[in-house]
Design a protein around this ligand. Structure first.
Ligand SMILES: [Zn+2]
Length: 419
């Protein structure tokens, strides 16, 4: 898969020979501050030297430095359907005769340039699509076991290119079974990708089954029961080792799914959950995830959870209960100014919260992947190479990889020569 620059790909019977628009990766209404180029964070821990300014290019002038590119990485917050590239979407649409509302590939590409209305419920309807509308529209082209396999393999190949050595992708079955796709088609495709990706790309993966929180609880439990034979349970196939909570969080606090969490725990699985940023009741949801769910034990991990900085007891709870946060800085950077967002991440680091850096839904977020998210953190938090190694190590420690995988990755991180 092409990382960036020229892309040549055959999509079904349609041959595409196009170039990614140089400025397509970051287009949206968010205005950069006037002092963007000279901006220095208040809490600087040392400056990064390698960033090459490239105004108008990918990531608003940032390029991924050789140091970030080569850093061994772990990704713990990525939705596999959020890695569906426009090229693969186009190809699968043709292969499966799924109509797209775009006449040409270029029109499809253009549709990704929008910055979505984050939440209509919170922000009001201004005519722009929400992220979730775009995301679920993309899912329509995934029909066969081979489609899901290809999606998984494309992401794992991309992992290899970015030196992501281990990953825990989120997936769900509910978005597909409601379209008439049997759950086993989804699960078998991902299982084959998990196995082949480890062999072909040397990228290990343990996947996370997500409940769609804006759908009925009973439907989610049925989906979990149907997927359970693919879990890492005695006699199971070993695809997923954890459950998560995803989709629209509006008025859907974590405790609504407490019975599901207890069932997963009983099955020996880990529990993580999204606590969306600046969503209604965001800090209350973080509170539940730290102190209330899983019979008061708290989640094993929290996805996003940036609103923990709103209340001191949340920071303290994360620290004392050793609950890591899987942050996705570019997802927030689409909606928050540089000098507002990145000091929050620095504050979490300074408070001793274990955070790691991830991509969320890169193809729906201006094609910014984990390496781009790490570069943004490196630059805008003013971190040193040593700090970035620490963040990469946080990912290893926060993961549910085997001791063997963790130890191998830690050895590689130990061997990095810091400038
Ligand atoms: Zn997410």
């Amino acid at each position: 898969m092409a990382a960036q620059g020229a892309l040549r790909q055959t999509a079904g019977s349609v041959s595409i020979n196009t170039t990614w628009p140089k400025n397509a990766s970051y287009i949206g209404p968010r205005k950069l501050p006037n002092n963007f180029n000279t901006y220095k964070p208040a809490l600087s821990l040392g400056r990064c030297k390698e960033v090459i300014p490239n105004p108008g290019g990918k990531m608003n002038g940032l390029e991924i430095s050789p140091f970030i590119r080569s850093l061994p990485k772990v990704e713990l917050h990525v939705h596999i359907e959020g890695t569906l590239t426009p090229a693969l979407r186009w190809k699968l649409a043709k292969r499966n005769n799924v109509p797209l509302k775009y006449a040409t590939f270029e029109e499809l590409l253009d549709s990704y340039k929008v910055t979505y209305n984050h939440r209509k419920e919170v922000n009001g309807d201004d005519g722009r699509p929400t992220f979730l509308e775009a995301y679920f529209a993309g899912c329509q082209v995934l029909c066969t076991e081979h489609d899901f396999y290809e999606l998984g393999m494309a992401y794992l190949e991309r992992c290899k290119e970015m030196n992501v050595r281990y990953t825990e992708p989120f997936f769900d079955t509910q978005a597909h079974t409601e379209r008439g796709i049997p759950a086993e088609v989804v699960l078998d495709g991902y299982l084959r990708a998990q196995q082949e990706g480890a062999k072909q790309f040397n990228v290990q993966s343990n996947w996370i089954f997500c409940f769609l929180r804006d759908r009925p609880f009973e439907e989610g439990m049925d989906a979990y029961e149907a997927a359970r034979p693919w879990a890492r349970v005695p006699g199971g196939k070993g695809l997923f080792h954890a459950v998560g909570l995803a989709s629209n969080e509006f008025d859907k606090p974590p405790l609504l799914f407490e019975t599901a969490f207890l069932k997963a725990k009983q099955d020996g699985l880990y529990v993580t959950m999204h606590c969306d940023v600046d969503q209604k009741d965001a800090a209350d949801h973080v509170h539940e995830a730290i102190f209330d769910v899983c019979a008061g034990q708290g989640a094993d991990r929290i996805d996003h959870g940036l609103n923990a900085i709103d209340r001191p007891e949340l920071l303290q709870g994360l620290r004392t209960r050793k609950i890591p946060l899987t942050l996705c800085p570019h997802a927030y950077h689409r909606r928050q100014q540089t000098e507002v967002l990145f000091p929050k991440i620095t504050k979490l680091l300074d408070a001793g919260v274990q955070i790691c850096i991830n991509s969320d839904d890169p193809t729906y977020m201006h094609d910014v992947w984990i390496d781009g998210n790490m570069q943004k953190t490196y630059t805008y938090c003013g971190l040193s190479q040593r700090d970035m190694v620490r963040l990469a190590r946080n990912g290893v420690e926060a993961s549910w990889a085997s001791d063997e995988v963790k130890s191998r990755l830690n050895q590689e991180l130990d061997a990095i020569e810091i400038e």
